[in-house]
Write a protein of this length. Structure first.
Length: 227
C-alpha cells in the first residue's frame, strides 16, 4: 500500500523550460507536421497527434523521459489532450515518431532514442534533418521489423527531392531542396498532392473569395437597368 501511494504521489513534469525548437527551420517543420497530421486525421476519433512534450515509460521514475518532436498514436481517443504521454497509462508507445534532428542532437537521436523507441515498439521512427547538418539524406525512415529497426530506402524522383513512405500514416514524407533551404511536406498519394500549409490554405481561400467577388461583379454589370 505504501509503495502504491508513493508511486501515485510522483510528479511528472510537463516542461523543462527549454526552447520548443533549435532553429526557425526546425520550428517551421515541427509546426507544419503537427498541423498537417491533425488535419489529415481530423475525421478519425481514434488517432492522437501531439508533440514537443515528455514521454515517460517507467512508472514511478520521472527521470526516464524523452520529448519526441511529433508523434502519432493509433487506437487512442483524440480527446482529451494529454499534458504528457505515459506508456503504462496509454498501454503503448506512439506508433510513429518524428525527430527534427541536427548535429547537436545526433548522439541522442541516433543512439539513446533509437534504441528506446525500438525497445518500446514504436513502429516507425523518422529522422528529418532540415538544415542538412549531418545526415547523408535529409530524411531517414526506420521501420520496426520484428524487434529491430530497418532503414527504408528513400525514393528520389529528382536530384532535389527525397521521399520516405510511411506505411502507418499512409503518407510520404517529402523533403525538397529549395533556394531558401529544405522544405518538409507530407504527400497524400490518394489525392496525388501534398498536404498544404496553413498559409497556403489561407492564400487559396483568399484567391477563391476574390474570384467569387469578381464573378459577382461581372454578373451585376451584366444586368439590365431597372432589374
Amino acid at each position: 500500500m505504501a509503495i502504491s501511494q508513493a508511486i501515485e504521489s510522483v510528479r511528472y513534469p510537463v516542461s523543462d523550460g527549454k526552447p520548443m525548437a533549435e532553429t526557425p527551420e526546425h520550428l517551421e517543420a515541427m509546426l507544419y507536421l503537427l498541423d498537417a497530421l491533425m488535419r489529415y486525421f481530423a475525421g478519425r476519433e481514434d488517432v492522437y497527434v501531439a508533440g514537443n512534450q515528455f514521454m515517460y515509460w517507467i512508472e514511478g521514475n520521472p527521470s526516464q523521459r524523452v520529448a519526441p518532436d511529433v508523434y502519432v498514436a493509433f487506437g487512442v481517443p483524440k480527446r482529451p489532450w494529454r499534458p504528457t504521454w505515459k506508456v503504462w497509462e496509454m498501454g503503448k508507445a506512439p506508433d510513429v515518431i518524428f525527430e527534427l534532428t541536427s548535429r547537436s542532437t545526433a548522439p541522442e537521436d541516433l543512439g539513446r532514442k533509437y534504441r528506446l523507441y525500438q525497445r518500446l515498439g514504436v513502429k516507425e521512427y523518422i529522422l528529418i534533418d532540415v538544415t542538412r547538418d549531418y545526415l547523408i539524406e535529409p530524411v531517414m525512415l526506420h521501420r520496426l521489423v520484428g524487434h529491430e529497426y530497418q532503414r527504408i530506402p528513400n525514393e528520389r524522383p529528382n536530384d532535389r527531392e527525397w521521399r520516405a513512405h510511411s506505411e502507418r500514416l499512409g503518407l510520404s514524407i517529402v523533403v525538397r531542396a529549395e533556394d531558401e533551404g529544405y522544405k518538409v511536406r507530407l504527400y497524400d498519394p490518394t489525392k496525388g498532392r501534398a498536404i498544404p500549409t496553413a498559409m497556403e490554405l489561407a492564400e487559396q481561400a483568399a484567391e477563391l473569395e476574390a474570384r467569387v467577388r469578381a464573378l459577382e461583379a461581372e454578373l451585376q454589370r451584366g444586368k439590365e437597368p431597372g432589374e
